[in-house]
Ligand binder design. Structure first.
Ligand code: F6P
Length: 373
C-alpha cells in the first residue's frame, strides 16, 4: 500500500514538546516521503465533525505551518481530554454514546492511509480501540506525568521537572527568610515522577508520592527535629495524587477524561500538620504552570526524535506501534505495551533509596536505606 495521506492529532492534556513532534513529523513526512499531512483539530473532535472549528479548525499542514514552532509550548493543533468517540457526550449532555463508526466514516472520507496519535494513556487506549476497528495508527507518547508504559520517558516531563525544581529553589529563599514550612504541590495523578525528581533536585525535606501513602506524624517529627537542630524551615513536595495511609487521593467534583479531578493534596497535608507542629505554613500549588512555556532542549530533542520515528513507522507500515525511548534509542514498540500497565515509581527503586539515605522523608515512617538495589 502506498502511503499518501496521513492525519496527525494531539490528545489529552497538553505538554511542552508537542509542537516539536508535529514539526518533525510534518517535515519528514513531506520532505522525505512526499505525504499530505492532515492536522486534526482538538483530538478526535476534528474527526467526529470534519467541519469542526475551534480557533483554527482542521487543515492540511504545509511546511510553512510548522516553521518556528519548536520552541513553542502548547500544541498548534489544539487538544482535548474529553473526547472519547467510544463514550461520547456532547457539551451539556450527560448520556454517553458510541460514535466511533462516524469517526471511521470520516477517516475513509478523507482517504487517510494512517493516523498518528500523540497522547497519553487515555489517547493510546482510544487509539487501540480504533486499531481494532481497522484504523492504521502509530502512537507517540506524551505526558508531563511520565507515567506511560512502554517508554523510558515521555517528552514534557523534563520541562515540568525543571519548572518545579526552579519553583522549589525560589520557595526555599522565602521559607528560610520567614522560618516557614512550605508545601509545594506538583502534578502527578497516579505517579510521583515529578515530585520525586523535583524534590530531589530541589533538596526537599519530605516528598509525598501517590505510590507511598503517608502518615503526617513522621513528617511532623522531621520538622520538629530540624527545628531542634536550628533548621527553622522545611520544604515538603507533595504530588497532587498523594494520599494518606488507608485513604484516597484528594478528588473534587468533576472529571478529566473519565477520571476524577484532583485538588487539595498539599492543603490536606498542611491541615493535618497544623495541630502537630508549631510552625507558620504556606502552600503553593504549581498547577498548569508546569504544563506551559518553552520546552527544555531535552524535550525538544526527544519530541523531534519521536516525530521522526513516527514517520518512519508509518512509512514501514508498522501500525499498532508507538515511538518509544528505550535505553537511549528511539524505536517502535507495540502500542498495547503502553497501555498494559502505567509506569509508576517503585517505592524500593534506587532513587527513593538514595533520597532516604540522604534523610528525605516519604511519610511512611521508614528511613530504611538498606534496601538499595
Ligand atoms: O496528565 C497530566 C495532568 O497534568 C495531570 O497531572 C493532571 O492531573 C491533569 O493532567 C490535569 O488536567 P486538566 O488540564 O484537565 O486540569
Amino acid at each position: 500500500m502506498a502511503i499518501r495521506r496521513v492525519a496527525l492529532m494531539t490528545g489529552g492534556g497538553d505538554c511542552p514538546g508537542l509542537n516539536a513532534v508535529i514539526r518533525a513529523f510534518v517535515r519528514v513526512g513531506k520532505r522525505k516521503f512526499g505525504w499530505e499531512v492532515f492536522g486534526v483539530e482538538d483530538a478526535f473532535s476534528g474527526l467526529i465533525d470534519l467541519d469542526y472549528k475551534s480557533p483554527r479548525g482542521n487543515r492540511w499542514l504545509e511546511l510553512d505551518d510548522v516553521r518556528g514552532i519548536i520552541e513553542m509550548g502548547g500544541t498548534i493543533l489544539g487538544t482535548s481530554n474529553r473526547c472519547d468517540p467510544f463514550q461520547y457526550a456532547a457539551r451539556g449532555e450527560t448520556e454517553t454514546r458510541d460514535i466511533s463508526d462516524q469517526v471511521m466514516a470520516n477517516y475513509r472520507k478523507l482517504q487517510l492511509d494512517a493516523l498518528v496519535s500523540i497522547g497519553g494513556d487515555g489517547s493510546m487506549a482510544i487509539a487501540q480501540k480504533f486499531i481494532e476497528k481497522g484504523m492504521k495508527i502509530v502512537g507517540v507518547p506524551k505526558t508531563i506525568d511520565n507515567d506511560l508504559g512502554g517508554t523510558d520517558q515521555t517528552f514534557g516531563f523534563d520541562t515540568a521537572l525543571n519548572i518545579a525544581t526552579e519553583a522549589i529553589d525560589r520557595i526555599r529563599d522565602t521559607a528560610e527568610s520567614h522560618d516557614r514550612v512550605m508545601l509545594v504541590e506538583v502534578m502527578g495523578r497516579d505517579a510521583g515522577w515529578i515530585a520525586l525528581h523535583a524534590g530531589l533536585a530541589g533538596g526537599a525535606d519530605a516528598i509525598l508520592l501517590p505510590e507511598i501513602p503517608y502518615q503526617v506524624e513522621p513528617i511532623a517529627e522531621m520538622i520538629r527535629r530540624r527545628r531542634a537542630r536550628g533548621a527553622n524551615y522545611s520544604i515538603l513536595v507533595v504530588a497532587e495524587g498523594a494520599k494518606p495511609q488507608g485513604g484516597e487521593s484528594s478528588a473534587v467534583k468533576g472529571e478529566i477524561g473519565g477520571m476524577p479531578r484532583l485538588m487539595g493534596a498539599a492543603h490536606r497535608v498542611a491541615a493535618a500538620l497544623e495541630p502537630l507542629v508549631e510552625a507558620d505554613m504556606r502552600v503553593t500549588v504549581l498547577g498548569h504552570i508546569q504544563r506551559g512555556g518553552a520546552p527544555t532542549a531535552f524535550d525538544r530533542i526527544l519530541g523531534t526524535r519521536f516525530g521522526e520515528t513516527a514517520a518512519e513507522l508509518v512509512a514501514a507500515e508498522r501500525f499498532g506501534t508507538m515511538a518509544a525511548l528505550r535505553e537511549g534509542r528511539v524505536e517502535g514498540v507495540p502500542l498495547v505495551d503502553a497501555i498494559a500497565r502505567p509506569k509508576k515509581v517503585d517505592p524500593h527503586c534506587q532513587l527513593v533509596c538514595t533520597a532516604r539515605a540522604l534523610g528525605v522523608r516519604f511519610g511512611d515512617g521508614s528511613t530504611d536505606h538498606s534496601l538499595r538495589p
